[in-house]
Design a protein around this ligand. Sequence first.
Ligand code: ADP
Ligand code: MG
Length: 273
Amino acid sequence: MASMLVAEDLSAVGGISLSAAVPVLAAFDYQVAALPTSLLSTHTSGYGRPAILSLADWLPQVFEHWTVAQLQFQQALIGYVGSVELCDLLTAYLRDAQLQLIVVDPVLGDLGKLYAGFDAAYVDAMRRMLTVADVILPNVTEASLLTGVPYQAEPDLARLLTELQQQLKLGAHAIMTGVTQADQIGCAWLVDGQVQFVGQPRLAGHYNGTGDALAAVLAGLLGQGRDLAMSIQLANQWLQAAVAATLALPDHDERQGIQLRPILRAILALDPA
Ligand code: ADP
Ligand code: MG
């Protein structure tokens, strides 16, 4: 069984981030090392101000213990981190850990804006983390923040992707998420300098945790050594099914993350890699 380190915030209520990544990766049959980067009573969208506990004092002790215990993982998925200090700590760990795959979702903002609490220094820390990544998954806002190209809802994908690729190591992939083309929403990336796009019809509404679920699905598929384009295609289909199932819920609480069951079912039905 391959083991995957997942580092992101743990929000007790809301069904996103670490709470969504763990079941997805367990369905793929990874041994999951679930590392919360901070603890929240709820996620930050729709419940008022959550009770937040920073784990900045605890995380260095975790890495020390793992070193002493000689615990090693094959893959890593990094989501919301939250501070420059933690970002640099994780980057240093990842640089030394000799992992086969590092997927970084550079969670920074949405709709053209940085999330509350983040600043230019945090964007710089995220840029440093990108240098160790094999795959990065910025949304359109994050791609603009990381490259310094002014935000546009429908951006010049070739330019953004080319500039992102320049920040990555050789052989690594920048995959932009939440990219809109006509009535479709999906992912864009480069192959031999050409923009590739895979999408599905955009469903009405805005959903929490789509990016987190997409990142977990892609980390799971790529960690099994599956083809990049095929993995992106599957991930988009499954996300679409999950959003559709969420939309179909009769008593849907809009604050809750998306329905994971369609994704879990699809993972269990996969042919062996
Ligand atoms: P985030 O900004 O949280 O990282 P995105 O908005 O990029 O997340 O969403 C990740 C993926 O989820 C998209 O690439 C798409 O595949 C899927 N998705 C998100 N919103 C919708 C929607 N309204 N309809 C269908 N699919 C969606
Ligand atoms: Mg995202």
